[in-house]
Design a protein around this ligand. Structure first.
Ligand code: ATP
Ligand code: ATP
Ligand code: MG
Ligand code: MG
Ligand code: MG
Ligand code: MG
Ligand code: MG
Length: 281
């Protein structure tokens, strides 16, 4: 800063370590609620899925994506959210600490700000919710797609387990230890079978938000199935490489104006990405 300039103290600035992330890679910032097992007990989250808590996570994530146009997509499950920065992003000169702390504090601020909208008549009290965060670079679209798939598979595995676990307790009347024991070593098909034969629950009919998690992205220009090859490439950061200045400015305005959606879709298969080519182009 200016006050440090030319003072004998200025040398301390040299102790700062560079933390610029690799250029031209997809930056994923994943945040996770601190001690949410305890937090969810304190506020009596419904098990296995409290809809209010998920809606609050999604509202906070939507606010983050809206405030940071360099984020191309975000994906959330449970108490975690992954935010993907476009590979061309130059935000904070790609400094990891700046990116992570800005996401974490913006998200946390909105989580607290929006709390009362989702938990009506349940005021927050210390210890207040907090989140950790990390940044990871993915060098290829395939790596990024695999990252997103990894999180959604995790959502599926956890939700199938938790749905069966809590059905055994809430509907089957057994305790947590017994429920854990009866699920040990079971496969997905076994859990589906337990749900159906014991409790007449068809897992396929469970709400999409629980089975698929939540995807946050800009509603830009949906492509009809099978026509994605005719779509024009979009540069949404300040890099007028192939395009004229006016075209880029027009795209940037369109990008800034696009609504930020929260949906519960399959992001493992190609279809989601094929129909929204602006997300990865
Ligand atoms: P950046 O996002 O890069 O940090 P910035 O605008 O926050 O940009 P800083 O170098 O962090 O820039 O400076 C903080 C600014 O906030 C200064 O302009 C400072 O005067 C102002 N500011 C901070 N706290 C106070 C305060 N208590 N009273 C008046 N001004 C303040
Ligand atoms: P850490 O600080 O290491 O992350 P944690 O207790 O937050 O510890 P996680 O692995 O992040 O551990 O697990 C999140 C916890 O929050 C789980 O116990 C999960 O059941 C609970 N939880 C999060 N969201 C919901 C929700 N919408 N409904 C019910 N429970 C939830
Ligand atoms: Mg500042
Ligand atoms: Mg400052
Ligand atoms: Mg954790
Ligand atoms: Mg956690
Ligand atoms: Mg978690």
């Amino acid at each position: 800063g200016k006050k440090m300039a030319n003072s004998k103290f200025e040398y301390v600035k040299q102790f700062e370590q560079p933390d610029q992330l690799l250029p031209n890679t997809w930056i994923v910032v994943r945040i996770d609620g601190r001690g949410f097992t305890k937090f969810s007990t304190k506020y009596a989250f419904e098990k296995p899925n409290d809809k209010r808590a998920l809606d609050l996570m999604n509202a906070a994530a939507r606010a983050v994506v809206t405030e940071l146009p360099d984020i191309t997509i975000a994906y959330g499950i449970s108490d975690e959210y992954s935010f993907v920065f476009h590979k061309t992003s130059k935000l904070f000169e790609r400094r990891a600490s700046k990116l992570v702390t800005t996401i974490v504090s913006t998200f946390t601020a909105y989580y607290v700000h929006l709390w009362s909208k989702y938990f009506v008549d349940t005021p927050l009290s210390p210890p207040l919710p907090s989140f950790d965060g990390r940044a990871v670079c993915y060098p290829s679209v395939q790596n990024l797609r695999d990252y997103m798939s990894w999180r959604q598979v995790d959502c599926h595995i956890n939700n199938l387990y938790n749905t069966t676990f809590w059905a055994l307790i809430q509907l089957g009347g057994i305790d947590a230890t017994e429920a854990e024991k009866s699920l040990k070593g079971t496969y997905a098909a076994d859990k589906n079978e337990i749900l159906f034969s014991k409790f007449n629950i068809n897992y396929n009919n469970e709400p999409e938000i629980y089975k698929k998690g939540s995807v946050v992205f800009r509603d830009y220009e949906l492509v009809e199935p099978g026509t994605h090859d005719v779509v024009q490439e979009i540069e949404h950061t300040a890099e007028p490489a192939q395009q004229s200045k006016t075209q880029t400015e027009k795209d940037k305005r369109k990008w800034a104006k696009a609504r930020v959606l929260v949906e519960h879709l399959d992001i493992i298969k190609d279809d989601f990405w094929d129909r929204r080519p602006w997300l990865l182009s």
